[in-house]
Design a protein around this ligand. Structure first.
Ligand SMILES: NC(=O)c1ccc[n+]([C@@H]2O[C@H](COP(=O)([O-])OP(=O)(O)OC[C@H]3O[C@@H](n4cnc5c(N)ncnc54)[C@H](OP(=O)(O)O)[C@@H]3O)[C@@H](O)[C@H]2O)c1
Length: 330
C-alpha cells in the first residue's frame, strides 16, 4: 500500500513552554540507506524532549527537528540495504528525533522486536531509557553483581529503569527521590535503600554503607562534590545530565587519592554504529529481564498526540512517576 505524502506531526513552533508544541502537516519521511519507516502507534515522552522544546538541546544536524526519541509501531517501508525487518513487523525503536508524528524514519539496527507479552504502549517507553541506562551503567560504568549502586531521580523514566536493571544484575541498589511517596515507589521497584533527598543526606547514608561503587547522576551542580564524597575508593560517577547546572568549583585531589573515575555521555549524538552496539546489548540482556518479569514498564500517563503540550506540562511539574506516552495511531 502506497503511503500518503503528508502526515500529522507535532512541531516545536519556536523555543518556549509546552504550548509552543503545535500540530502541523509535514511530508512523510523517505527511508535512506539502512533505514526503516515506522507507522507510529505510541511515542515516548522524555525530559530531553522538554529541553529541546525550550531551546536548550539542539538536535544533531542530520536528525528530524521534530521532537520524539522513541516509539513503537509497524514497519511500513524499508530502505535499501535493510536486512532484518520486513513490512508489517512490529517494533519499538530509538529515534534520532521525529517520534511525535504518524511516521518516522530510523536506522534498522536501532529497532528491536516488541518483548514477548508487552503491549505496544509499554514497548514505546523502553528504548530511550533502556539504551541510556545500559550504556551508562553497564557499558561505561561497569556495574557488577554485589556492588553498591546509587541512582538519583529514582522515579524518573531513567531512574525506574536503572533501579530494575541494576537489581536484576545483582547489584545493591540505593535511590533518591523528592517525596516519601516516590521513595516508596523506588523500594517497590527493588531499591534496597531509598531516601527522600529533601530531609535525608545521601552522602551520609552511602558512607555508612561503605560508599557507592557506582553512581548514575542527572542532577549535577552541588551534587557533583557530594557524589564524589559518597563514592567508595575506586568508585565511578557517571553523569547523564546537569539539572542543577554543569559548573562548580571542586577540590579534585580526592579523584586522585581515592582513584575515582568521573565520566558521562549523551546518547543522541552518538554514531549509528555505536547505537547499534548498544541495541544489541539491550536486546541480549534487558529483553530477557522483561520477558521473565524482572523488569516492568512504570507508566505514569498517556496522552493523545494532539495533547503533547499537556504531556510536557506533566513532565515539567515533576509529579510524575515513570514514563509518559503519546498515543499516535487512532
Ligand atoms: N545522557 C543521556 O543520554 C540522557 C538520555 C535520556 C535522559 N537523560 C537525562 O536524564 C534525566 C532523566 O530523564 P527522564 O526523561 O527520565 O526525566 P524525568 O522522568 O522528567 O525525571 C527527572 C526527575 O529528576 C528528579 N530530580 C530533579 N531534581 C532532583 C534532585 N535534586 N535530586 C534527585 N532527583 C531530582 C525529579 O524527581 P524528584 O521529584 O524526585 O526530584 C524528576 O522527576 C534528565 O535530566 C534527562 O535530560 C540523559
Amino acid at each position: 500500500m502506497a503511503l500518503s505524502h503528508s502526515m500529522l506531526a507535532v512541531e516545536i513552533s519556536q523555543p518556549g513552554g509546552p504550548d509552543v508544541l503545535q500540530p502541523v502537516s509535514v511530508p512523510v519521511p523517505v527511508p535512506g540507506h539502512g533505514q526503516i519507516i515506522i507507522r507510529v502507534a505510541y511515542a515516548g515522552v522524555n525530559r530531553p524532549d522538554a529541553l529541546q522544546r525550550a531551546g536548550m538541546y539542539a538536535p544533531p544536524a542530520s536528525a528530524s527537528p521534530l521532537p520524539g526519541l522513541e516509539c513503537s509501531g509497524t514497519v511500513v517501508e524499508v530502505g535499501p540495504g535493510v536486512s532484518r525487518w520486513q513490512i508489517g513487523d512490529q517494533v519499538c525503536a530509538l529515534l534520532p528525533g521525529g517520534g511525535y508524528a504518524e511516521y518516522v524514519a530510523t536506522h534498522e539496527s536501532h529497532a528491536l522486536p516488541i518483548p514477548r507479552g508487552l503491549s505496544l504502549r509499554d514497548a514505546a517507553c523502553l528504548p530511550e531509557t533502556c539504551f541510556t541506562v545500559w550504556s551508562n551503567v553497564v557499558m561505561r560504568g561497569g556495574l557488577q553483581a554485589g556492588e553498591r549502586f546509587l541512582v538519583h531521580g529514582g522515579t524518573s523514566g531513567i531512574g525506574t529503569t536503572a533501579i530494575q536493571i541494576a537489581q536484576a544484575l545483582g547489584a545493591r541498589v540505593f535511590a533518591t527521590a523528592g517525596s516519601d511517596d516516590k521513595v516508596q515507589v523506588c523500594r517497590d521497584l527493588g531499591a534496597e535503600v531509598a531516601l527522600n533527598y529533601r530531609n535525608e543526606d545521601f552522602v551520609q547514608v552511602l558512607r555508612d554503607a561503605g560508599g557507592a561503587n557506582l553512581i548514575l547522576d542527572m542532577v549535577g551542580g552541588p551534587y557533583i562534590e557530594r557524589n564524589l564524597k559518597a563514592l567508595a575508593d575506586d568508585g565511578r560517577l557517571v553523569q547523564i545530565a546537569f539539572l542543577q547546572g554543569p559548573k562548580v568549583t571542586l577540590n579534585w585531589a580526592e579523584l586522585m587519592t581515592r582513584r575515582l573515575t568521573f565520566t558521562g555521555s549523551t546518547l543522541r549524538p552518538q554514531s549509528d554504529l555505536a547505537k547499534a552496539r548498544i541495541a544489541r546489548e539491550v536486546e541480549a540482556h534487558v529483553w530477557p529481564m522483561i520477558e521473565r518479569g524482572a523488569f516492568r514498564v512504570v507508566l505514569d500517563s498517556e496522552y493523545s498526540l494532539a495533547d503533547a503540550p499537556a504531556a510536557h506540562w506533566r513532565i515539567e511539574a515533576e509529579g510524575h512517576v515513570g514514563k509518559i506516552v503519546l498515543k499516535v495511531e487512532t
